[in-house]
Ligand binder design. Structure first.
Ligand code: PLP
Ligand code: NAG
Ligand code: NAG
Ligand code: NAG
Ligand code: NAG
Ligand code: NAG
Length: 797
């Protein structure tokens, strides 16, 4: 089954009719719309769709339509006999309850076949009010959101109806629906539609039309029908009805022309990040009209030359998880509501010597979640770069205080080659020269970056590969039976390999200090260097690095005076900073990627998944011993660092919701299918080392068999997968040329799977040099992964 796509065709003007409440006249208005659109567009076909209907078939809404808008083709997709809410009807009935995606898929299938019939209209009528539950229990506003049909909202003209109508509007609006028209009955006593007309026209540019209500029911069936025929005859021929039809048609056309113009307008007005404009053209720009779950909805290429019955949009898997930020799905309603709540409660408030509930709750939650006994403080900033910036400031000051260094001594950081910590100055200076910073005028790297052994699956075998430059110190590449053996830190720490890592690092540090360098911090991305090329570092090497640094106070103090810190959780040697911006909060499985190393940092930095990717926010966690380095009676000794949006309440509230959700996922059974398959593949038993920490289970959403299979392809030099991340290293196509084999796979993914029917979809991905990576969210289902693996296989071949 293809992923769910938004419904948009040039030929078919499809609208979803929502009611502000039950019993506000949805069926009457839908009948009126069907009847009037046929009257004013006599050459177009009119369709009515009731996705879910309850109650006896005789009284069903499509019966009403058949009677009073007789030239409409009608269809009910799921009919339940009991006249109760669909979620109850579905449980009472003997039929099985259709899952949400089945309801959506069935609607899409039906609408696509209507689109093929040539120019026409489709009116899809919902049941009850906007939040009345669908069959699975998901409320309709959420259930239908992925289709993103434009809405005709039927207002409530009864007592209290203004409030009902506005509430319904707001519920739809915050879920990304476009409300194109509000229709309601005239109410002779109150004239309330004038209030709504002004409200919607003024604030939202939406037209409100009030129609006379139908005649009261009479007991004689024939006269009742006659009266209704007269009513529809009259109402549908009014100028008002014509203007509603005209308005809906022009809104449809506007929507399409706006979408189709976006890429070329962007080409003329936008300055893109990480983009060489000299090589850009409008056709290379992806127009994203909305996003839901793991998919963008994008404009199909060359849409204007396609037949008008072909879908204008297609689902596009967000293969980079929108720069690694997404984990709980795009447009997640829980996060949307959290953001709206905080915006309503606070908007934004400043954060020096003030406190608000979202920031406090989040700080407590993060300290508990990271479960690192060293941590006691949370510092907020607004993105990964600035969070790292402040982490480095913290660490360098703590080192300066501990070793009583002069303020003139320039402190360097220790790190790994290929690190990336962001694009602000200090974050850049903490990394070695690379494409990201080399050409930046103020870049001034201050540090020493080690080479290191890496983990990869090559030709079906898991290896720790040692770079040529280190073979003399660390020996040759080692093969392991499975990835989890490589991650068995407790066992590997007893090995000869660990001792060779230790002595190599220790000797190097001694040499560097002898050469006159002074160090202020160890800065690492635990396990995976993201932007540097999706490189998985041997966790044992990083562990050895931390162990050696913590035991080398003698080297870093250079025999000078040292201030003691009696706190048992105090840092030793140098403060250790883990940049978990990319790797943390379940991206690789565990809540903290430091658990792979079995050692906690003194400072850690969290962003991206922190807010489920909805808004930027960063939290830098620090130990008391680091915090104390800034304490004095002099204001200028304080950490004088802050941003306009530090700890903004919306970010904190959303983060609170995300972290709770990620914890539920991490502790629950969501990933059991994936864990099970990796366990079977490697004979892994969940083990607790006798002497060490509890090691996290090593698994990935991407299957072990897929990783192993792809690693055997002649074009591929290696693969790894962990948590939601998959990295495929392509061999250079022609030696001497810069690699473009990853770009070719990327191209094939973006062509995607086309279907003569209506199930086309594709993949948006980003490559890093010769590495193609793919990222799922924490909620991606097995079927989606299998579908993607299928496409990847073809793209690589
Ligand atoms: C490891 C790491 N640190 C820091 C950053 C910078 O984060 P931001 O882009 O939120 O400033 C990134 C961004 O990709 C990252 O991957
Ligand atoms: C509109 O309604 C009237 C009254 O029921 C009916 O006579 C007419 O055929 C309907 N038009 C269409 C196009 O269904
Ligand atoms: C779109 O049209 C251009 C020019 O007509 C053509 O070169 C290109 O291959 C087309 N792209 C697709 C995806 O069909
Ligand atoms: C991060 O936040 C800082 C401070 O608000 C800002 O200057 C910077 O542009 C942001 N983004 C990056 C990528 O550094
Ligand atoms: C890959 O491994 C198989 C055995 O598992 C071996 O026969 C083959 O030669 C290897 N291929 C390469 C390119 O090393
Ligand atoms: C439907 C609704 O909100 N009705 C109100 C219309 O306006 C009158 C007075 O202007 C109110 O009394 C009704 O409650």
């Amino acid at each position: 089954m293809a992923p769910v796509g938004v419904l948009l065709w040039r030929s078919l003007k499809a609208y979803q009719v929502f009611g502000a409440n039950t019993d506000v006249g949805k069926t009457i208005f839908t009948t009126l719309l069907c009847n009037a659109s046929r009257r004013f567009r006599p050459d177009e076909q009119i369709s009515f769709l009731k996705p879910v209907s309850t109650g006896s078939v005789d009284e069903a809404d499509d019966g009403h339509i058949k009677k009073f808008a007789s030239q409409t083709s009608t269809k009910t997709l799921f009919q339940f006999e009991d006249p109760v809410s669909p979620h109850l009807a579905a449980t009472i009935s003997k039929q099985s309850t259709p899952a949400d995606h089945v309801v959506l898929e069935t609607i899409r299938h039906h609408a696509a076949s209507r689109a093929l019939d040539g120019p026409g209209w489709l009116f899809l009528e919902t049941a009850g009010g906007v939040h009345s539950p669908g069959p699975s229990g998901t409320t309709q506003a959420d259930l239908y959101a992925p289709l993103r049909l434009p809405v005709v909202l039927i207002g409530d003209s009864k007592l209290g109806g203004i409030s009902q109508t506005i509430s319904a509007f707001e519920s739809l609006r915050i879920r990304g629906y476009d409300i194109e028209s509000v229709l309601l009955f005239e109410n002779g006593h109150y004239d309330n539609h004038s209030y709504l007309s002004e409200y919607f026209a003024g604030e939202h540019g939406i037209s409100v039309e009030a129609f006379l209500p139908p005649p009261l029911r009479v007991s004689d069936r024939d006269s009742d029908i006659a009266a209704m025929i007269e009513y529809y005859e009259k109402a549908s021929s009014t100028e008002k009805a014509r203007s509603v039809v005209d308005n809906l048609e022009s809104r449809h056309k506007d929507r399409i022309s706006r979408i189709e113009a976006m890429a070329s307008e962007a080409y003329d007005t936008i300055w893109y990040p990480f983009t060489q404009h000299g090589r850009l053209s409008p056709s290379r720009i992806t127009t994203i009209t909305s996003a839901h779950g793991d998919y963008f909805q994008t404009l199909v290429p060359n849409s204007s030359s396609n037949p008008s019955s072909q879908s204008l949009l297609q689902p596009t898997f967000d293969g980079s998880a929108s720069w690694w930020t997404q984990g709980l799905g795009h447009a997640n309603p829980k996060l949307t509501l959290a953001a709206s709540y905080a915006a309503g409660r606070y908007g934004h408030v400043m954060f020096a010597e003030t406190i608000h509930e979202p920031a406090l709750e989040l700080a407590k939650t993060l300290l508990e979640t990271m479960n690192n006994p060293r941590f006691s403080r949370v510092f907020y900033s607004d993105n990964g770069s600035t969070g790292m910036e402040v982490a480095v400031k913290m660490a360098l000051r703590a080192t300066r205080e501990r070793y009583n260094l002069e303020s003139g001594d320039k402190l360097h950081v220790l790190g790994l080659r290929g690190s990336y910590h962001g694009d602000t100055m200090g974050a850049m200076d903490s990394t070695e020269p690379s494409v990201y910073n080399e050409k930046v005028e103020w870049y001034d790297g201050k540090g020493y970056w080690f080479d290191y052994p890496t983990v990869i699956c090559d030709n079906g075998s898991w290896q720790v590969q040692v770079p040529r430059s280190l073979e003399g110190h660390l020996g040759a590449t080692q093969e392991y039976g499975s990835m989890s053996e490589i991650f068995d830190i407790n066992r590997r720490r007893q090995s000869e390999v660990y001792r060779s890592y230790e002595s190599y690092i220790r000797t190097s540090l001694e040499r560097l200090v002898r050469e006159g360098r002074r160090f202020g911090a160890l800065v690492m991305e635990p396990l995976v260097l993201g932007a540097g090329g999706m490189i998985m570092v041997d966790p044992l090497f990083q562990r050895a690095f931390v162990d050696v640094v913590r035991n080398s106070a003698d080297i870093f103090s250079e025999g000078g005076p040292t201030s003691e810190d009696p706190d048992p959780q105090a840092w030793t040697g140098l403060p250790v900073i883990f940049d978990e911006v990319f790797t943390g909060l379940t991206r690789l499985g565990p809540l903290s990627s430091s658990s792979f190393l079995g050692v906690g940092p003194d400072i850690s930095v969290h962003a991206k998944l922190l807010t489920g990717g909805l808004v930027p926010l960063c939290a830098t966690l620090a130990s008391t011993s680091i915090f104390k380095a800034f304490e004095s009676t002099d204001k200028t000794d304080a950490l004088l660092h802050g941003h306009s949006y530090t700890a903004h309440p919306i970010g904190c509230q959303v983060a609170l919701e995300s972290v709770k959700e990620l914890r539920r996922i991490e502790e629950g059974s969501t990933w059991d299918w994936a864990k099970q398959s990796w366990k079977e593949a490697s004979g892994q038993a969940s083990k607790k080392g006798q002497s060490g920490h509890r090691q996290p289970v090593v698994w990935s959403a991407w299957s072990e068999s897929f990783v192993s299979e792809v690693s055997k392809q002649p074009q591929v030099s290696g693969v790894w997968a962990l948590g939601s991340v998959l990295a495929i290293y392509m061999k250079d196509a022609v030696s001497g040329y810069t690699s473009n084999s990853a770009a070719r796979v990327q191209e094939a993914l973006s062509k995607g799977v086309s279907s003569s029917g209506d199930g086309s979809w594709n993949v948006h991905s980003r490559v890093l040099g010769n590495v193609l990576y793919m990222m799922a969210s924490q909620t991606t289902k097995r079927e989606d992964i299998e579908r993607l693996e299928g496409l990847l296989r073809k793209a690589i071949e």
